[in-house]
Every structure is written in structure tokens, then in C-alpha cells.
Design a protein around this ligand. Sequence first.
Ligand code: MN
Length: 592
Amino acid sequence: MATLNPATGRFRLPARRRAAAGGGPDPVRAALAPLLAAHRMSHPTGHRTSHRTGHRTAGPGDTPPRTAEAELLRGYAVAERMHRGQLRKSGAPYITHPLAVALILAGMGLDTTTLVAALLHDTVEDTPYTLGELRADFGDEIAVLVDGVTKLDGRRWGDRAEAETFRKIVLAAAADLRVLVIKLADRLHNLRTLRHQPEHKRARYAQASHELLVPFAERLGIHVLKREMDDLAFAARLPEAHEATRRAVRAALSRAGPTFGPATALLRSSLAEHGVRARVEVRPSHLYAVHQSFGAGLAGLRPCEAARLLLLVDGPAGDCYIALGAVHAALHPVAGQVRDFIATPKDNLYRSLHTRVISPDGDPFEVIIRSEAMHPVAEYGIVAHIRDAGGDTGPTVAERRDLVWLSRLLAWQSGAPSAEFLDRLRADLAAGNVAAFTTRGDIVPLPAGATALDFAYALGPGTGDRCIGAVVNGRLAPMSVQIRSGNVVQILTDPAGAPSEDWLGFAATVPARVHIQQRLALRRAEEDADAGRRRLVMALAGRGLDLLAAEARGDSLAVARDLGYSDVDAMYGALGTGALSLDDLLARFTRP
Ligand code: MN
């Protein structure tokens, strides 16, 4: 274990352990230098950081509190010893991988416990080291994290049990969200080194990343990881498109000065006039986003299509709205393009104002406004919250009330069979899909653009037909309101309610539209039949005849059958629409 040197105030490993870690002056410390430096940047006190201070870390000899550095050195030494002799596909010693994963996490400011778990994350799976040994050496908290990541490893399940993998991810996140964060960093490093894998594996691995882990990174708001994973997976799946996009974006950005320069100058003076202090940055879009927007139509990609302006406001959230006013005062806004993710944050913690404005040379571009305080959460999502949690609370899903999506999913999935869970989750994660919830916590997957009406029909045709209003996140809303992921929706019904023509103006899903059209056609047929029958009643009454009596005798049905209709209503309906003439019909009824 580590001992404190009173002269230097620093902890050092005993000579025996240093010798065991390898020859030379101190190769362990040298290998770890970048990790230690990155960790010191975000945790300058040097104390070991964790979010589970309630847990006692039952390692051997844990009487004095360990420093972060000593703990990282210890984790590294064990991982390096266990993986010794193993090589990555690149030919590098295996330990370079867990070290890189820990470095990614240290760069995001994660705590010592997460970093030690990252160093050890492949030991239980790939070496003789057992979970029991790891628990004895490093304590429960790190064991839970390593066990969670081990269980998440896709290699163990393969495609056959994909549903189980999904399920494990959600369950692991329930135990501790840091499991997911380690898994995402693990995947990021594997994507960074994907070129060393055989070609047939690359595309599959990249596709699986796009389908599963990238959406999870987005849902957790970890955009820094999401963007890099997106682009690495893009490069592996579509190398030519990736290269074309990279070149087009670079060319567009090289011309960004003339577009964004004058706009930025106007914005700066307008912000000053409005008394708002803000940094203005040109933010290039990531390549996969550009590819998704423009596909092969990259020719002549304009600077405003490859980047947007980011305003970082130095002040309270309210100043963001003043900044928005300043932006619109300086540059003409595009109507209907303001989105307020401050008043109504996305379900992944993201907060910002978005608007589109016209640059002085006539090109529309996007401006994003957020405060300096919102910025880390917008970039790092849940990781920023884990960091801020300090030592008070463990960041489990239950404690993260703002992650409505994940907590509802958890509540829902506990009783659901795997296959159904997978279908629902896949539908939810597919690009552009939303997942809303009933007040009971049941997930209702809907396509993007779906409204409360679609939600009502997703609950069943009876609910859809009779809906009269919705309560979305506790607020009364019309049936035409668009549903966003994470919304909790209650449908208000009236037994006398019925579909109306204008519903087709905002029903977005196929089942809802088909059902509404059928119901409307049925009602029109009834109305036509009523109108037709009324005409016939009047005409017969003028001749002293009673239709009711004719119907009672079966005369009416006989006439209908004669004319080839299945029943009297069909005949009356034809009369109502004019398909059957009144005179023809009268002649048959008045025939002696
Ligand atoms: Mn790994």
C-alpha cells in the first residue's frame, strides 16, 4: 500500500510493489503520467474522489485514506500485471486499452473510482482475475462498476441475445450510471482503434455502435462522446462518404470567415448594446450530422451549412433571452425557427436557445445560445451531473429525476419480456423516434412528429375515437400537440366523442389515419342513408304511402335486393348521394 512521505507530502508506493510493477526507475508512474495529470486538472486536491462515500471501500489496508494517485497507481499495477503478455490487434500491449479508456474518462473529469474501474474493466472478462479477488482488492464500489461493464460486453452474447444486452444496459444503468459512461468510453477507444480489426468486423461493429451506444450517449446528453463515436462509426461504415464529407466541410469552413465574420461583428455590437456579455464561437458541425443532412448533395456546401454560431452568455439563464433579442435585433430571424430548450429542456438535460437568422450576405444559419453554466451539461450531459454530485449522492437513475426517459424505461422494462422490450427500445432509439409514457409509466413509442391524437390511438381505437383532450406533463393540451420523448401523456375521453374531419390534419401515424378514415367513411354512409331515407319518406307521404309500413312488410328490403343492394341502408345511402334517382325508386314502391 501507499505511504506518505512527510518531507514531500506525497504518497509513494513501497519499493516491493514498485519492483513488482517492472524494472527501471518507475515505468508505472511514467505510463500513468498523462492520466494523473488529467485527473489532477479536474480534482486538484489530490484526494480520492467518489460518489459513493456511503460505501466503505474494503480494500486491504485501507486504514488511512488513499490519495487519488496511489489508488490509480494500484489499479494500473494490477491491471498491467493481469493483462501482461496480452496484445491488442494493433500489436500494442493490452494495458494500453484500459489506460486509454481511463484517460478519456479523466478528460471528462470523472472521479477516481470510475478511473480505477476503467483501468480494471477488462480484467475479470479477459484474465484469470476474478470478481471476488477484485472486490477484496478494491472494494464493492469498483467491483460493481467492473461487473456492470463486464456484463455489458457484447462479445459474450453476440447477435442472438441482443435483447438481453439492451436489457443489461438499462439494468446496469439503474445500479450506477457510471457503468454506462465507462462502457461508452470503452466503445469510443475501440472505435478509435477499429482500423486494426479485420475489415468484415469493422462495419458490423460500427453499425452496432450507431444503433445502440451512440443513441445511449445522446440520451445521456454526453455529446462529446456521441459526436466522436458518430464520426468514427461513419468512417468505418461508409469510408468514401466520410472522406467526401470531410473534404466538403473543410472546404466550406475555409470560406467561413466572409460568412461568419460580418455576422459575428454585428452580433458583438448588438450584444454590447443590450448589456450582455457573451463569447461568440463558430462551431463546425460533426461530419455524420452533415452527412445525414446533405447525403451525397455535398457539392457547394456553404459555410453556414457546415457550422453554426455558439453564444456563451456570461450571466444567469435570463440573460440568454436578452441575448436572443440582441441576435434578432442584429440579424433577421427566420420565422418559426426559435426553439426554447431552457424553458422546456430536452429529456437529456440539454438546455439552450436555438434560432435561425439570415447572415448579411443572405445565408440562413443557426445560432445556439446558452449560459456558461449550461455549457458543461450541454456538452457532457449526465457526466456533468455526476461530477457536480460531489460526494453526496450516487447517480443512480432513481436519483436522476430529470432523466425521465431512462427512469420510465426502467420502470417499464422490469415486467416486460425480452423480445418485446427489444422491439420497443429499438423503435425508441431509431433516429427520429419519440418515446412517450402513460401516467402508469408504460412506454408508448411513436414516430417523430406524432401528436397526442396518435398517442390516443396507440392506446387503442376506442380511446382514440372518444378523445377530447390531453394532459401532457401535467398541462392541458389540444389533441394536435406534438409529443416529445419523455412526455407523460394522459388522454381525456368523452363517451359521446367521435372522430372529426379535421383530425386528419394532425394524425401522423398510419394506424390512426386509417382508423379515422374508416370511421369518417362509416359516419358519412350513415348520414347519406339518413338523408336518402328522409327524401323517400317525404316523397311517399305525398302519394299517401308510409315507408315505415313498407319496411315492416319487407317491401323495402325486396326493392333493395331487386336493385342489387345488400340492405335498405345501402339503398337509402345511394339515394342520399344521388347514385340512385328518386323517381326510379318511387316507381318501384308505387307499383301496384
Ligand atoms: Mn474494453
